[in-house]
Design a protein around this ligand. Structure first.
Ligand SMILES: [Mg+2]
Length: 244
């Protein structure tokens, strides 16, 4: 089963129970690992901004129709079709849109347009308050670190405090899952990993295999087109927003 796309304010008592378990499984000597894009950060505002800027530069008014709810997966063509843009236009111009999107999306400047997922910073503060070490483990590369650090601080995530670490890819070409596999040892040096949250099926499967006793959670937003699916034992979190 594939993720259904972002729904940041969808809440339920079952979802609350997953959030409570994240906190309950954290404590002194433990490590809680949080992915960033599509996990504790909503990347759709960044992407809408990218579309709007291209619309202004090229005079492509149709791109102004793209809104947050049109991003259901990583296909820009499908996103434009979801926004009602004519199929022939999408086919002809998708390479230009993709080129512009690639230049902007993977930049320190544009990550600052992301919004924190509602409730995510509060959850991280609760986890940090237990005495756990927080690791933000991201597929963003080192060139994107300054904007990422600024975002973490401005949305109130524990950062620049003791027991908080940001791990970014050393190079943009490195595969995200390979990077996250390679980070296992440095994370292990910080303590015992008991919590892992990510929106990429291959990544949650990797950590669930390595840490069978940890609480590994699949965050249901969007993800890559890879065929992997979360292992059946892994719970799905719909949002970080609580019922009350
Ligand atoms: Mg992610």
């Amino acid at each position: 089963m594939r993720a259904r796309g972002y729904s940041p304010f969808e809440c339920s008592s079952a979802n609350d129970a997953l959030l409570d378990r994240v906190v309950a499984d954290s404590g002194p000597g433990t490590v809680a690992v949080f992915d960033l894009d599509g996990c504790v950060f909503d990347t759709r505002p960044r992407q809408v901004r990218i579309f709007r800027e291209l619309a202004a530069q090229r005079g492509w008014r149709q791109l102004c129709a793209v809104r947050e709810e049109h991003f259901l997966d990583w296909s820009l063509a499908r996103t434009m079709l979801n926004a009602g843009i004519e199929a022939d236009w999408v086919r002809e111009n998708e390479p230009t849109v993709r080129g512009w999107w690639n230049r902007c999306f993977f930049s320190s400047e544009y990550v600052m347009f992301d919004h924190a997922m509602p409730g995510a910073a509060e959850l991280c503060r609760r986890v940090w308050a237990t005495g756990a070490h927080l690791v933000y483990l991201t597929g963003r590369d080192v060139s994107m670190a300054p904007g990422t650090e600024s975002s973490l601080r401005s949305f109130g995530f524990p950062y620049n405090a003791v027991r908080s670490t940001l791990l970014v890819k050393p190079s943009v070409d490195l595969d995200d899952t390979e990077f996250k596999a390679g980070a296992l040892d440095s994370i292990a040096s910080l303590g015992r990993t008991t919590v892992y949250l990510d929106n990429e099926p291959a990544n949650v499967n990797l950590y669930a295999q390595r840490y069978p006793d940890a609480f590994v959670v699949f965050v249901e937003t969007d993800h890559s087109p890879r065929e992997d699916e979360p292992a059946p034992s892994i719970p799905w979190l719909r949002s970080f927003w609580r019922t009350g």
